[in-house]
Every structure is written in structure tokens, then in C-alpha cells.
Design a protein around this ligand. Structure first.
Ligand SMILES: Cc1ncc(COP(=O)(O)O)c(C=O)c1O
Length: 424
């Protein structure tokens, strides 16, 4: 065992899982470098964060310039970077999202979004969707059901949270239409048998389920949720923490749908690697949340906000390329699906692509061993990929937006080879 791994084990809580044993001393664009100069292309993007690639020069310069001015406020004084970032967010977030608050992590943004919904509706209940991942704090883990393991050891979780099915057509062996119908019927049953809608403050949904296996919400499902929320005065909250900032080749997944949320939670790619998250809603709603009803020490850190503003300044120009990359990647993965019996399903939105590996196409039995093989094979050849889904059998394919066509083809080519090697 080398020295860093041993020292890591001596002092770092083992509860925090690391995807690889790579030891990285420098990162730039797609590439992670170890101290011997070996390099790996990071198609994990630091778990869906570095959408612009590592250490994007515009982001680094903005952070550095802010470091030289002021690096902390703790909400004691006002500063440009906070307002400048919020002004940019107001320009790119879905219609009707006008004002923002900031936090440090996705889980915190989700907590704040739900608190805002509760306060402004005067209700207590939350409806969440099976397969969602919203974070690991006690509130957010209550809404998280991508895998039951996330709650092991922490029961009881919060009360007045109801979890209903999210359409998983592939896993259920249904058409998309049937899956939507089934999920909506379950929601109707919830309101009939367990809780009346007048108790519900928020309906919390990822427009593409991430950790849960990269399931995009079918458009009619989101349209129906919007209609149900409108009918009952429920706040529709989109968790765009993983889907946001170009990951779906648009600013937000909401841009793919004809549905606007009442509240959004943002994080991950927002500052391309510095810790920042945000929640946003209409001015009316946010202004109804009085001074002191929520707060933060580090949320909206000046350096993180300056970096985040730079992300928005450079990302717009990359979105057309991201759309092209997405088309190219889906076309290549469809070819893989045709030639590899291990590939059961290819799904996703933009550059958020899930490739589900199965032991048997007819029964759709998940094959996590296939994923582990592909991961080890590609890692050995310079490509980092990570899984998603409760069984760890879905390739979470999330290239940075700065990936070239050639780099994309190389990465998918390696996955192709790895699958052939597994199937041999
Ligand atoms: C959709 C979604 N929401 C919330 C979170 C939690 O974010 P964080 O780990 O920054 O608390 C994640 C993290 O993976 C996520 O993907």
C-alpha cells in the first residue's frame, strides 16, 4: 500500500466512499494527472460538477481575482460577486424564477427550497418520487430513495413526507405511456387514501433522476405534475442540482420541457468545482419569506460566486457544441446497444446519458459486475467513469462540455471494447 493511501486510511472517515484509488496532483480540462505524469480523462466530472472541465481558465481567473479582493462576508456586509451571480442566474433560469438565496451544497439547497415552500404555503407535507436523490442531510435523505441504503441506520426519517413512483419504463417493463399512467394513478391514490393535497407544501422532483439511474421524466408526467400542483396550490420544486448548468446541453433540464417550476434548487456545476449552491423562486414567493427565517454563514461565498459568474459567462457559447456531442454520443451508444447483449437500455437527456447493463435482456436483471468490469478496463486505459442506479449497473456517461468529437469517440470506443472483453 503506498504512503498516501495508508495516511488517508489513518485519518479520513471511511464512510466517505471514493470511486477510484487515483492520486491526483493536477487537473486541467478533461485530464487528471498523477505525480508520475500519468493521465486520465475525467468522464465523472467530479460527480457531475466540472461541466467546463477542470480548472477552466476563466473560472480560475475570476476566483483568483476575487481572492485578492475579499474572500468572506458571512452575511455581515454586501458585495458585488453575490449580486452579479444572482443577476446572471435570473437571466438563465426558467421563466418566473427571479430571486435567489445561496448555500454550500446540493443538500442544503434542497433543504432551503423545501423550507421556502413550507413557509410560503403554510403547509407541512412533501411529496417526493421513488428513485430520487436529493442529498444526505436528515431532511434531504428523507426525500432520497434512489437506494434504501442511504437511510440505513438513520430511521426514523422526517415525518409528513410521502414517496410515490417516478416513471421507470425500462425497469417496469412498460411503455413510457403506461409508466406515466401508473405513476399518476399512484399519486391519485396517495391523495385519496393517505393525505389530502391541502397538506402538501411541495412536490419535489428531479426532471432527470440522476443517482437513481438517469431516468428522464417523460414530458407528459411533468405536465401532469404542474397541473396537479396548480390545482392544489402546491409548490412544484425542480431539483436541478445535477441536471443544471449545461449537463443536459441546455442551461437547465426544464428548458427541454414546456413546464416551469415554482422553486429551483441548484448546485454541482454552478461554480465548476467551488462549493456553492442556490435556490430560486419568484420575487413574490421569496419576498414572502421574512428576514431571518433562513440563513447561512458561508453560503454565497464571494470567491465561489465570482467563479460561478464566470461559469455562466463562458458556458452559453458551449451549449451548441454540447447538443452536437449529445447527438453523437446517443448515436454511438445506440450502435453499442445493437451489438452488445449486455446493454439493456440507453436513456438520458443531453450529456446526461445512462447505459444500463443487464445479465439478460429479456428479464432485465441488473449486471453490476459488468459495470465493474467496464470501469476497471477503461480506468486502466485512461478513462474515469462512474455508475448510477440502485444496483450500480448503469454507466453514468457525463463528458465535460469541452470534450472534442475525437475524445468522445475514443471514450465510447473504450467502453465498446470493455463490453466485448466482458462478453467474451
Ligand atoms: C439531484 C441531486 N440533488 C442533490 C444532491 C446533493 O448534493 P450535495 O452532495 O452537494 O449535497 C445531489 C448530489 O449528487 C444530486 O445529484
Amino acid at each position: 500500500m503506498n504512503d498516501l493511501i495508508r495516511r488517508h486510511g489513518d485519518v479520513i472517515a471511511p464512510v466517505i466512499a471514493f470511486d477510484t484509488t487515483l492520486q491526483i496532483v493536477r487537473a486541467e480540462g478533461l485530464w487528471l494527472y498523477d505525480r508520475n505524469g500519468n493521465r486520465w480523462a475525467d468522464f465523472a466530472c467530479g460527480t457531475a460538477v466540472t461541466n467546463l472541465g477542470h480548472n477552466h481558465p476563466a473560472v480560475v481567473d475570476a476566483a483568483r481575482a476575487q481572492l485578492d479582493k475579499v474572500m468572506h462576508s458571512g452575511c455581515v456586509f454586501r458585495y458585488d460577486a453575490l449580486v452579479e451571480e444572482a443577476e446572471r442566474l435570473a437571466r438563465i433560469t426558467p421563466d418566473g424564477i427571479e430571486k435567489f438565496g445561496f448555500a454550500n451544497s446540493g443538500a442544503e439547497a434542497v433543504e432551503a427550497a423545501v423550507k421556502l415552500a413550507k413557509y410560503t404555503t403554510g403547509r407541512q407535507g412533501v411529496v417526493a418520487f421513488r428513485g430520487a436523490f436529493h442529498g444526505r442531510t436528515m431532511g434531504s435523505v428523507t426525500y432520497t430513495t434512489s437506494s434504501a441504503k442511504y437511510r440505513d441506520g438513520y430511521h426514523p426519517v422526517l415525518g409528513s413526507v410521502w414517496v410515490v413512483p417516478f416513471p421507470h419504463p425500462y425497469r417496469w417493463g412498460m411503455s413510457e405511456e403506461q409508466a406515466v399512467e401508473h405513476a399518476l394513478m399512484e399519486l391519485e391514490m396517495l391523495f385519496r387514501h393517505e393525505v389530502t393535497p391541502k397538506n402538501i407544501a411541495a412536490m419535489l422532483v428531479e426532471p432527470v433522476q440522476g443517482e437513481g439511474g438517469y431516468y428522464p421524466a417523460p414530458a407528459p408526467f411533468l405536465t401532469a405534475l404542474r397541473e396537479i400542483c396548480d390545482r392544489h396550490g402546491i409548490a412544484l420544486v425542480f431539483d436541478e442540482i445535477q441536471t443544471g448548468f449545461g449537463r443536459t446541453a441546455e442551461w437547465f433540464a426544464a428548458d427541454h420541457f414546456d413546464v416551469t417550476p415554482d422553486i429551483v434548487a441548484l448546485g454541482k456545476g454552478i461554480a465548476n468545482g467551488l462549493p456553492l449552491s442556490a435556490y430560486g423562486a419568484s420575487a413574490d414567493r421569496i419576498d414572502a419569506w421574512p428576514v431571518g427565517a433562513h440563513g447561512t454563514t458561508f453560503g454565497g461565498n464571494p470567491v465561489a460566486c465570482a467563479a460561478a459568474a464566470a461559469v455562466i459567462d463562458v458556458m452559453g457559447d458551449l451549449l451548441p457544441h454540447a447538443r452536437e456531442l449529445s447527438r453523437r454520443a446517443f448515436a454511438r451508444f445506440d450502435e453499442l446497444a445493437a451489438s452488445h447483449p449486455t446493454v439493456g437500455d440507453v436513456r438520458g437527456l443531453g450529456l446526461m446519458i445512462g447505459v444500463e447493463l443487464v445479465a439478460d435482456r429479456d428479464t432485465r436483471v441488473p449486471d453490476p459486475e459488468a459495470f465493474r468490469h467496464v470501469q476497471a478496463y477503461t480506468l486502466e486505459r485512461g478513462l474515469v467513469i462512474i455508475p448510477c442506479g440502485p444496483d450500480g449497473n448503469v454507466i453514468r456517461f457525463i463528458p465535460p462540455l469541452v470534450t472534442t468529437d475525437e475524445e468522445l469517440d475514443w471514450a465510447i470506443g473504450l467502453i465498446d471494447e470493455a463490453l466485448s472483453d466482458y462478453e467474451r
